[in-house]
Ligand binder design. Structure first.
Ligand code: BEZ
Length: 247
């Protein structure tokens, strides 16, 4: 995935704003070490310093990590693949907001999380749940393919039951696994949906001509206006799964 870190930082900072609520689940303890897995431009990694001075952020995207280092010089940020993290029994907490759904091999991911946690260490994460952005995906796909089909996704959006099983298979003991609707207003009024799609569906858009992209955006907007436009802004049909689990 190629990321536009500036677009992400300027227009999609709601990703980190909503993560502040997840952050309230992280205990304060000056001795604990925390990993922010999929830290993006580092907003929450920086906020985690309120919980402990020992915070590391990692992301697979070099663009995101370059931006994070510019924004928060002196903090520990690494570019790496979450499934191949090099630590063993190092972190008290693995924290992650809006990142797990980008990782196709969840078995490998949770094995890696298990490995990097200390005994009794805790995973605290939130990401897209089953049926996340379903209406947006359906409209995007219909416009892209020119026909309506059940929405496929390159993202991982599990049910609660499915994720509980995966955690247990990886040796993690689920404490909380819950899902909920989180309608999410997008910035920039009428352009909010197309800016969002340009960022997050870029893998499907990048090889298309700009004129074709604009037509896709117009068709999406027409299909979704009744449901997701509230008169002044687009409100994306996000659903979240929130997890805490202990090693
Ligand atoms: C999200 O739920 O945060 C999300 C999922 C896929 C693309 C963009 C955002």
């Amino acid at each position: 995935m190629d990321w536009n870190a500036d677009l992400y930082e300027n227009k999609h900072d709601f990703v980190a704003e909503y993560g502040m609520d997840l952050l309230s689940n992280v205990p304060e303890n000056p001795d604990q070490s925390i990993l922010d897995l999929g830290c993006g431009t580092g907003t929450l990694t920086h906020a985690l310093l309120e919980k402990s001075p020992f915070v590391t952020g990692m992301d697979a995207s070099p663009e995101m990590i370059i931006k994070a280092r510019q924004l928060y010089p002196g903090m520990d940020f690494r570019v790496m693949d979450a499934c191949r993290m090099p630590w063993n029994g190092w972190f008290d907490i693995v924290f992650s907001n809006a990142a797990f759904h980008w990782i196709p091999d969840q078995g490998a991911l949770l094995k890696a999380v298990f490995r990097v946690l200390k005994p009794q260490g805790r995973l605290i994460c939130e990401f897209g749940a089953h049926r996340n952005i379903l209406r947006i995906r359906e409209a995007f796909q219909a416009s892209l393919l020119g026909k309506e089909l059940p929405a496929k996704t390159r993202f991982y959006f599990p049910t609660v039951e499915e994720y509980q099983c995966l955690l247990e298979q990886a040796g993690l003991h689920p404490e909380t696994v819950m899902d909920f609707d989180r309608p999410t207003p997008l910035k920039d009024g009428p352009d909010g949906l197309r800016n969002w799609a340009r960022q997050f569906f870029w893998a499907d858009l990048k090889d298309r001509h700009e004129k074709r992209r604009i037509r896709i955006f117009e068709e999406m907007e027409a299909a979704l206006r009744n449901e997701l436009w509230d008169g002044s802004q687009w409100v994306a049909d996000y659903r979240r799964i929130r997890v805490t689990a202990v090693k």
